[in-house]
Ligand binder design. Structure first.
Ligand SMILES: C[S@@+](CC[C@H](N)C(=O)[O-])C[C@H]1O[C@@H](n2cnc3c(N)ncnc32)[C@H](O)[C@@H]1O
Length: 195
């Protein structure tokens, strides 16, 4: 797809998000991931999702609309009712997260991204540190059988990261949603059925 087509598509998603009351167009990435891989727990309000990097809140809002209870973590809290922990995911303890959820999550999602510098390798390293932290938190915060979604900026550590996810989940997929801009280095790693 040409970059002008890509931008038309991006505008389409931005307009749709605005019309549907979502704070960010990234909501359609999670929607597509769920349509493909069925990551959202279907147990109703007894199901819990941990949303790392939840601000401004479109993934959390969308998950709430699926009937899932959400605990969100970010450096800032979304501006609507929810259960938010204002903290760095690199520093918050697993005990604090499990305490906030009242148990382990059925789904752990991470759309975390650092403030980008424009230097591709630096951004990749900072982003993979966040994705690695999300994966590490699955050990203590996600139920066996649970699902995992993490954003990754592609780069030299991405294959090693995918192998690390494969060590913890029975099925692992790499996915680039249509809602991700064509020229973006971003993709998502989806882990199903935590060992
Ligand atoms: C792309 S945005 C997330 C968008 C969100 N999924 C949504 O749909 O509204 C990335 C977020 O990662 C957060 N972030 C970056 N570093 C973080 C950290 N160490 N701990 C928690 N959140 C972090 C940023 O503050 C930012 O809000």
């Amino acid at each position: 797809m040409s970059s002008s087509k890509s931008y038309q598509r991006a505008d389409h998603y931005s307009r749709k998000a605005q019309a549907q009351g979502f704070a960010a167009r990234s909501v359609y990435k999670l929607d597509e991931i769920d349509a493909r891989f069925r990551v959202v727990p279907r147990g109703g309000s007894s199901s819990v999702a941990l949303d790392l990097g939840c601000f401004p809140g479109s993934w959390s809002r969308w998950l709430q609309q699926q009937g899932v209870r959400v605990v969100g973590v970010d450096l800032r809290a979304p501006e609507f009712a929810g259960e938010w922990l204002v903290a760095s995911a690199l520093e918050v303890t697993p005990e604090a997260l499990v305490g906030a959820m009242g148990g382990k999550a059925d789904l752990l999602v991470s759309d975390m991204a650092p403030a980008t510098t424009g230097a591709r390798f630096t951004d990749h390293c900072r982003q993979i540190e966040l994705a690695r932290r999300a994966l590490e938190l699955t050990d203590s915060c996600l139920k066996p059988g649970g699902s995992f979604v993490a954003k990754v900026f592609d780069g030299e550590d991405a294959p090693a990261y995918i192998r690390e996810v494969q060590g913890r989940f029975r099925e692992v997929r790499r996915f680039k949603p249509d809602a991700t801009r064509e020229r973006s280095v971003e993709f998502f790693v989806v882990g199903l059925n935590r060992r």
